[in-house]
Structures are given as C-alpha cells and as structure tokens.
Design a protein around this ligand. Sequence first.
Ligand code: SF4
Length: 751
Amino acid sequence: MTPLGDSTICLAFGTASVSVVSSKPGGRATTCHPKLSTKVIHKNWKDLVINVMPTATDLSPDTKLLYETWLSKQGYAPRSGQEEMMSFIARVLRQETNRIGVVEAGTGTGKTIAYCIPAIQEARRVNKKVVIVTSTVVLQRQLLGGELQQLADIFSPSIRFGIVKGRGRYACLHKISKQERASSNQTVDLFGEELPSVADRRAASKLSNLFYSQGWDGDMDELDVSLNNRQTAAFTTDSKGCHRQTCEFAKECPYYRVRDQISEFDVVVTNYHLLLAAGLAGVELLPEPSECIYIFDEVHKLPEIVMGTTSRRVNTPGLMNLVDASETFINRLISSVQPDHPLDQVQHDLLEQVSKARPNIDMLAEQLSALAIAGDGIDQADSKNRFVMGMVADSLRRILEALGISFSGMYAALDQIRGKLLKAAQDKETWLSPKILEAARMKAGQLQGETETATALFEAWNMSGQEAAARWFEAVPDGWELQNAPVEVGKILNDFMWSKAYGLICTSASIYSSNGFDHFKQTTGLLNPEPHVLRIDSPFDFRNQVEFQIIDLGFKNPNDDGFDSEAAKLIPRLLKNNQSGLVIFTSWRALEATYAQLPESFSSDCLKQGDYSTQQTLVKHRAAIDEGQRSFIFGLDSYREGVDLPGDYCQHVIIMKIPFPVPSDPVLKTKKETLGLGGGSDGWRQYDLPEAAMKLFQGCGRLMRNETDSGTISVLDSRLHTKSYAKALQTPLPDFDMKFYQLRDQTQVSH
Ligand code: SF4
C-alpha cells in the first residue's frame, strides 16, 4: 500500500514492480485496467502518473525467448515500453472473457513487434487467426516486408502471412485484355460508354506484359506504371463487374489468387475499408470474427472510416439521370439483340419502375424546396437543411417509400438482366453477340451499383425514428442533394465486431485525449465491457529536442478578420531557417486565404494540398529535400496524421488553429442531440474539447518520427495558452517545454 495524500493506491500487475512517481491534475498517466490489476482505489485514478516497470520475469518465458531472438537477429536492444506492451497484450488475450485491450503506444515504442509476438503466440495456442487491420498501404507494406518477415522463422513452425485488399486494388485481367483488344474504330460503345483510346490500349498492353512476364503480381499498389484515374478504373473492377463463373482469366486472377490463400495464412493483413465493407455486406471474405484475434492499428482513424463507409448521398438530378440511363440501356439492348431474346418480362419490369420513379423524384425535389422555405423541424446552417434529431419530415415519408420501392425494383430487374447475360455467356446462347454481351454486362453492373446506393439512402431516411443518423439536404444545380450519415458509429462497430471478436487489441500513437481514453471509448462504442487500457509514453526526449511555441498574433480567435494576412506574414519568418516544414490548417478557406497572401519568393518553395494528390505531394517534397532545396507543405486534416516525414523532411510543424470540430457540422449536431448533450458548454466539453485535444496531439506528432529528430512546433492559436481549457488541450501532449510569445515580441519568435 502506498499512501498518497488522502487517497491510497494498491496496485499489482503480475510480477511487475509499481512505483507512484507523482500526482497532478491532468498529469500524464500510464494506466492499466482495474481488472488486470489487483485493486485500484483512488477517486480520480486516471490523473495519477504511474510508472509500471516490467521486470524480466513479467514476460512469459516463451514470449521472452521470441523477443530476445528477434532482438539479437535485428541487433536491437530491449525497450521497456515494448516489453510492457507485449506483456499487457499477452495478459489481455489470456483473459477468460473480455479479451479487448486499448494501447496508446507513443511514437518509437516499437508497437508492431509488441503486438505481433503475443498475438501470434496466443492465436497459435487457441487455434485462431491473427488479423492485422491498418488504414494505410504504407503500414501494410511495412508489416509484410518488415516485422512479419523478420518474425516468420523465429516462430516454429514458421508463420504464413499475406495481405488481402479490396477487389478494386487488384488488376482485372479480363478488363485489361478487353481494353488491349478494343477496336480503334469507335469511341463509345452501344450504351454510350467511352471506349479505350490509343494511350489506354498501350497502357493495357504494358500491364499485360508485366503480369505475364511475372514482373508484377497484379497488385495495383505495387504497379510501377503511371496511370490516370480513368485508366485505373478501366483496369480494375468491383463485385458487380466481376463475372468469375465465366471469366477466362479466373484461374490466374490476382484478386482470387490472394483470396483463395486466406485460409492458409496464420496472419492476415488487411485494411479497415475492406473489413467494414465485407462485414457490413455479410461477405465471407475473412474468417468469422469469433475465429480471429484482431489487431486494429492506427485505430484513431476508425470512427472516420466507418462514417465514410456507411454514409450515403444522392441528388435529385442524378436520380433522374439514373432513371433515364436505365430506360435507354434496356431499350438499346433489346434493339440490338435477336428476336428470340429472353428479356421481354424484365424490360417490362424495369420500365414500369422507371415510369413510377420519375414523378416521385419531381415530387421529392418540390417537397424539399417547400421544407427549406418553411423550415419546420429543420435546422438551417451553412446552406445545409438538417432534420432536427435526424427526424425526416412526415410529408416526405410516402414519397421516400414509393421511391424506395421503385429503385429496389429497378435493382432487381437489373440483377435479372445480369443473370440472363451470365447464362447466355455460360451456355453460349446466340441471341446476342459477345461484344454486346460484354458491354451490357458492364453497364448493367454500373447501373445496379447506383440504384443500390439510392435505395440505401431512401431506406435510411425512412428509418428516421428507428435508427439514429444525421439527415440533411442542400441545394445543388437543378435540385437537391440528400445525405445520411450514422451518428452511432460505436453501435455499428459493436454489432459487427466488438461483440463477436475472439480477441481485439486497438492501438495507435494518439488515442489519449483531454478525458483520457473516454473519448476514444465513446466514439468507438468500446464501453461494455470496458476494455483494458494502457498508455506507454514515447521514449523520445521531447523536452530537449522540440522547441514548442504558442504564438499570439493579437487575435482572440484565428477565425477573426485579419488573422490570415498576419499569419501569411509570419509563416515565412518562422520558417526562414528551415529547409522543410508542414503547415496544418483546419479549413480550405483559411488555407487558400493564407496561401494567396504569401510572398511569391516564399510560396515558390511551397506545395499546397489540392494542387497534387497527397502521394504526389509527398514524393515532390522528399525529392526537393533530397536535392538540398527547401520545401514546405500546406495542408489540411489529411496531413495531421498518418504522414511520415522523418528527419530533415520535417523540421518545423506549424499548427494554424486548434482543430475543434466545426460547430455547424450536421453530423456533430445530430450526434449531440442524440446523446442529449445539446449545443451548450456541456456538449462542447464532453465532445468537442476531447476531439480537438486528440487531433492537436496528432498534429504535434508529425515532427518527431525518430529518436534523433528535432525541430520546432509553432501553434498560432493563442487559446492554447490563454483559455481556461488550455490545460485540457495540453494534457495528452508529450512533455514539451512550452513557450508563449505575443506578436509584439516577434524578435523572440524562434526562427
Ligand atoms: S475473375 Fe473477375 S476480377 Fe478476376 S479477372 Fe475475371 S472478371 Fe476480373
């Protein structure tokens, strides 16, 4: 028992020795779940700074042996944080129930090895598979070529592992062959789809040669040939475009080759999009969750990915185009085939639904216009008309229901057409030519995908009152766009993953927030049972290697008039002595406004988000630095996390504004209403503040990527120093030596 003021801690963690270093409100905490320790008694135990120091015996002998073998093969020294994480994961996965752990592992912990060793060991013991899920191709590549490769022979028997990606990340040999052989006499096919150009045919030949000469395995992420977006789409396919049963390339198909091997892998590496898409659609791609130990790496991105995967949007002009395109498609198809075709009934069904849909789309647009004017039950902000609590107006119900029936009817008819085309191909029926069959198959698949999205949106809007979601509409040329986004991401994850997985470890370098792990648990639904948690500090020396400055430009809020122009003057000064830097904004408006006012002598060294893809920007940036030139990236959220610019690639990070959520965001507003948080300070403290703290932490994490890195972080939002909530924002940050400057002290500002 360790007396600590008026409270007492009694903590035991296996054979680990535990020492209480100090306690301070908002201090950094390395904590473990109460159930894993014997007992924790403190009225605010999360605020304690606790160092759990594993002893040599804290790892099981087997784990220790594997770890030491790996260390000696790689020539590395043991790291206490890595051992601690390994030990924690081993313990979590050996629990009788609730094998769910959340680990924030500071940059430099070496978390990949720390989760791979105990997870693979435990999976072997209980005869499960390890599924490692990440969000970036970079990390997936790193895993396959790095840690998993290094571990393969350390385990006995050796581990088998592989990567599984979505179908669209592999080449479709059928489509490549079709492009390669396309005739040069026509530019569009029977259904108005663009036919390959000379350049497309050349690119297709190149890919085909590469594949058949075994210079490439069909993985589009590994392709060393530059393609434009149209070509990438033309050389890949989706579930609707694939016809495996009749495909002459099925045996060598890159996608199916990987898919068919999954059952042989001990460790499967995949991405969140695929896991979600397959899980939500009930596609049996990966083993059942109850047969898997999941590692969710870069897990801080998960809520956003779920949101993106499950959100739907359609617009009324687009719906009308879809209806017209479906009618044109069936009529052209019928007029181009032999009289003995089997499409009469399905043509009738499709056209019947098309004719019913048209007046309802017009009525939908009219009703939305009326609602936008009347404003009843609608919250209007930033040109968005949001249904309060996500409750769609009653006046729309009947129209939505009718449209749902029409579009699902169209979907069914298109599905039947695809079935008949498949049969025609299989049985070599003669009522249509192979060329028309191929074009019709592609077009039917495309239309079916679009009708599916529309049907899903109508259903989701009709579920208001039963399923919590943000629902809103906004004007587009000639009509309205309708959107639906879930507000209970945690419920979705719980239904399809948390409640079913055998074991689960969530990890990232930035999970912690102003309210500890609570924000993460709430946004991901990891609440019942409470996961075991651990926080491991980064081993980097932030205090001595990072100059952290908060600079007051004389504005209470960076949104105030004049801030952008003052910032545009200051940024070149701040970066004067740096070769590289990253300037992170929270809005396009601020990015454009500031960038436009930069002196030309400076902006010529800058790369602005939107001018190139993120990948191209990073390649250009690195190339410039390698050539000894200066390069500064100006970007938004996508540069806040997940961008790895070690050493000289990033000497200075400038954070323009504390990344609070946008208050008018319809999803945020509906979420707060649903959670009963309201729009006041309670909701702000419980949701906005922790969200901003986590994002600020992520932005700061761009600077120190390696132990030897050093540099400057400048935050141009004085609220990080002046406001009462500043302490809460600073809580998750590493141990920076923070300095505060006012612009009138510009001479003091670090160059
Ligand atoms: S099986 Fe499907 S994805 Fe593979 S080559 Fe054939 S059509 Fe393309």
